[in-house]
Design a protein around this ligand. Structure first.
Ligand code: NDP
Length: 242
């Protein structure tokens, strides 16, 4: 079987689910990664199959470098003639606190998930993309990593780190037709933002509303396509003008 594969980390919920559904509609067999919420991951899978697409669950903790290496090398060994052509590094967590109260665990877990997680999955897959001379790496960052956000020194640092990784890796890989871009959402309606006061915060957004996960997914779908082959090393904000 000759499938085109895409891996979406954190594909069980929110933005990752919408991206998984989008990439499946573009003909990719989507590997839906998640950490622990199998029930929600299963729902993503069901939406994709109900739409006539294909997908598989591939749970692992992106922050666990050894687990990432083991699972992705086992996947590759059992798919000798195929490779993962699209990688969306979407898994992320928020643990907001002011710097002077921030615990080591709040700092480390946010950096381990977003920054180290992006490093582990990307290192495991970019060599196959370069070897096959086609690949798309799309890193979901945040406006918080572009401008900084009070109460989010950990999250802003993690996302800014991923932006640096994106720009440097883009220079390493473009000759092999592998593009690397970052997408920086503003406020998007998902579980991650459900504790925020949307009525107050939307006043800060020029568009006057929170964005939808599907709007982010459309952009990621374009960056994953052949049409986006001349875009690399960029950070594209999707924030209603924020
Ligand atoms: P959600 O909290 O809705 O979903 C988070 C997803 O990440 C879940 O699928 C979760 O899996 C997965 N995940 C978390 N930690 C790990 C881990 N260690 N290993 C594997 N998977 C993990 O988040 P959103 O959809 O809102 O956010 C998605 C991305 O977009 C994040 O990187 C976030 O920082 C970014 N973003 C979000 C914004 C927003 O307003 N929502 C704004 C800007 C950026 P499980 O279900 O198993 O827990």
């Amino acid at each position: 079987m000759n499938n085109k594969y895409a891996l979406v980390t954190g594909g069980s919920r929110g933005i990752g689910r919408a991206i998984s559904v989008q990439l499946a509609s573009q003909g990719y067999c989507v590997l839906i990664n998640y950490k622990s919420n199998e029930e929600e991951a299963q729902k993503t899978l069901e939406i994709i199959t109900a739409n006539g697409g294909t997908a598989e669950l591939l749970p692992f903790d992106v922050a666990d470098g050894a687990a990432v290496e083991k699972i992705l090398s086992e996947w590759q060994a059992s798919h000798e003639d195929e490779y993962i052509a699209v990688l969306v590094n979407n898994a992320g967590i928020r643990k907001d606190n002011l710097m002077f109260w921030m615990a080591d665990e709040e700092w480390n877990s946010v950096l381990d998930t977003s920054l180290n997680g992006t490093f582990y999955t990307t290192r495991a897959l970019v060599k196959y993309m370069m070897n096959k001379k086609f690949g798309r790496i799309i890193n979901i960052v945040s406006i918080s990593g572009v401008t900084g956000m009070a109460g989010q020194t950990n999250y802003s640092a993690a996302k800014a780190g991923v932006i640096g990784l994106t720009k440097a890796l883009a220079l390493e890989s473009i000759k092999k037709r592998v593009t690397v871009n970052a997408v920086a959402p503003g406020f998007i309606e998902t579980d991650m933002t459900k504790d925020l006061n949307q009525d107050e915060l939307k006043k800060l957004v020029p568009a006057g509303r929170f964005g939808k996960a599907e709007e982010v997914a459309e952009l990621v779908g374009f960056l994953a396509s052949e049409k986006a082959s001349y875009i690399t090393g960029q950070v594209i904000n999707i924030s209603g003008g924020l």
